[in-house]
Write a protein that binds this ligand. Structure first.
Ligand code: HXC
Length: 513
């Protein structure tokens, strides 16, 4: 065989991964191969593979006789919608995609290149975990990856897509990355699988119940996006990338100046109900304000009392955090605080301006919340907002009560502009609760207690159930009509485009983790 032919043959061999039978078995499980996934994600013809001929170095258990070029992971770089990304895609057809020393080295090489060149890293995970035949060498490989994940955090976006098993300590690399997308029914993540769970706790649980996509995107919040199938996961990944910068220094801002800044959105007039206790869907406010059909929600099924996601406003990418009155009245609790805090920190790390829609009755009371650390967890959100130096604008649509008023991007903690709708109520608490406390004596002594409570409720509400006390103090910069919201926000974010805000010099803050 001549030298050219030898190369071409080796290339062909490496493309086959673990061989035709294993590829068929992968397809039978409803899963694509590592290369098919890359092909779906990247722009046609843009993928450049690196380390296709790398082989493992294991000599135990007869491993020296079994070699597959590439050693269970396809790595390289290419473009998605014209933008550079680095990628690794684990190949389950080779030793179940398990992570050997060389497999880890390939991933680390890609991660180092991504960091130096300021481009996102995408990991397509489908692996049986540490290569059991390699022992501690494999564990070391994982640690090398975790270390790079951490150093890259906040410098370049890192996204993990889970497309098969992801077990043991292997889950911690995705967990450190910025976003996790899981595929329903064919992917799972857990620290220990159902067998170990049975042995240790005597619980009988399936892989799906323990760590499937639906559990992690609703109960634990480990997964940010749950995809119906692999194609759906890839499409979600592409969409997500379209909202992210290449790195933390990327200054590309795409503004669509053809949108008239004074455009009114009449539909916003009728969303907040007359009755302050009646729910409404905050997504109607979000969608009524932003560029049409641009809201990309993150963590949709987790902690639904707060809504977070990316959107475009006159073409500018923004991050949105919004209380959701349609779920638990939009109250702040442990999970919603964690969800929003992580999102705020992501946006701040990557210079994505923050827009907050506020309608919050306060923090959720009760033993469950206190025992699960609502104090520490609520403080995460507070800390995240306080620390954020990106342009920050708040619109109070209705309730801004108690500590939650402070936490939800108030002026006091560094927000640049706070707007309120005429329906806003900015107070320590709702009028009824307030009247019951401060007029307790008068109400108890009255002949008609109900009447007395009502009158005191009206008295308190008259003073505080509006945005004007806050506006008189300058805590609210402007009271605006709902239909003016879009144009006010477009102008606000344009004004804040070159904002410079520096934190005091320090090694790093100590967020209440
Ligand atoms: C080496 C592995 C492997 C592994 C799977 N294979 N996992 N080889 N190391 N960790 C191989 C199998 O031997 C098999 O090879 C092929 O991959 C496909 O595996 P199957 O079991 O046939 O596939 P399936 O039935 O789909 O089951 C997949 C699986 C199961 C659920 C992932 O293989 C499994 O439970 N594997 C072990 C998982 C595990 O305990 N990993 C270690 C976790 S601890 P052949 O040649 O027969 O096709 C860990 C520590 C990390 O990862 C710590 C970091 C800090």
């Amino acid at each position: 065989m001549d030298k050219r032919q030898k190369l071409l043959t080796k290339r062909e061999q490496s493309k086959l991964g673990g061989g035709i039978d294993k590829i068929q078995s992968q397809h039978k499980k409803g899963k694509l191969t590592a290369r098919e996934r890359i092909e779906l994600l990247l722009d046609e013809g843009s993928f450049e593979e690196i380390d296709a001929f790398v082989k493992h170095r294991s000599y135990d258990f007869g491993m020296e006789k079994i070699h597959y070029p590439g050693d269970g992971v396809v790595t390289g770089y290419g473009t998605v919608n014209g933008r550079l990304i680095f990628i690794f895609s684990q190949d389950f057809t080779v030793f179940g995609g398990s992570l050997s020393e060389t497999h880890a080295e390939k991933i680390c090489k890609i991660m180092d290149m991504a960091l130096k060149n300021g481009a996102p890293v995408i990991g397509l995970n489908d692996s049986g975990g540490a290569r059991i035949q390699e022992g501690v060498v494999s564990l070391g490989g994982y640690a090398d990856i975790f270390y790079r994940n951490t150093l890259s955090s906040g410098v370049i976006p890192q996204i993990s897509v889970i497309m098969g098993p992801c077990a043991g300590g292997a889950v911690y690399s995705p967990a450190i990355t910025d976003f996790i997308i899981m595929v329903e029914k064919t992917s799972y993540m857990f620290v220990t699988g159902p067998n170990v769970v049975k042995t240790v706790t005597n619980e009988e649980v399936s892989s799906e119940e323990l760590g499937g996509a639906s559990i992690h995107s609703s109960k634990s919040g480990v997964s940010h996006i749950s995809a119906k199938n692999e194609l759906d996961a890839i499409n979600n990944l592409k969409l997500l990338l379209s909202y992210l910068p290449q790195n933390c220094e990327d200054k590309t801002i795409e503004i669509n100046y053809s949108i008239l800044p004074d455009e009114t959105r009449e539909q916003l007039k009728h969303i907040v109900p007359e009755n302050p206790n009646q729910p409404y869907d905050i997504r109607e406010v979000i969608n009524g304000t932003i560029d049409c059909d641009t809201f990309f929600e993150i963590h949709k099924n987790f902690a639904e009392n707060i809504v977070v996601g990316f959107a475009k406003l006159a073409g500018r990418n923004i991050g949105i955090v919004a209380n959701q009155p349609a779920f638990l009245a939009g109250v702040l609790d442990v999970k919603s605080s964690q969800k929003a805090a992580r999102f705020v920190r992501f946006c701040d790390a990557f210079n994505i301006p923050l827009l907050v829609f506020e309608d919050v009755p306060g923090f959720l009371p009760g033993t469950d919340q206190e025992w699960n650390g609502i104090i520490t967890n609520g403080a995460k959100l507070l800390f995240a907002f306080c620390e954020a130096t990106v342009p920050r604008v708040t619109v109070i649509t209705r309730k801004a009560y108690g500590g939650a008023y402070d936490v939800m991007n108030s002026k006091h903690i560094g927000a640049d502009l706070n707007f309120a709708w005429p329906t806003a109520e900015i107070a320590v608490m709702g009028a009824k609760g307030a009247a019951e406390i401060i007029f307790k004596k008068e109400i108890n002594e009255a002949n008609d207690k109900e009447m007395a409570l009502k009158s005191k409720e009206e008295e308190y509400g008259g003073i505080f159930a509006n945005p004007y006390r806050a506006a008189e103090r300058g805590f609210i910069d402007e009271v605006i009509l709902p239909e003016e919201t879009r144009s006010k926000l477009i102008k606000a974010f344009k004004m804040l485009e070159n904002k410079v805000d520096n934190l005091p010099r320090k090694k790093h803050g100590n967020i209440p983790l």
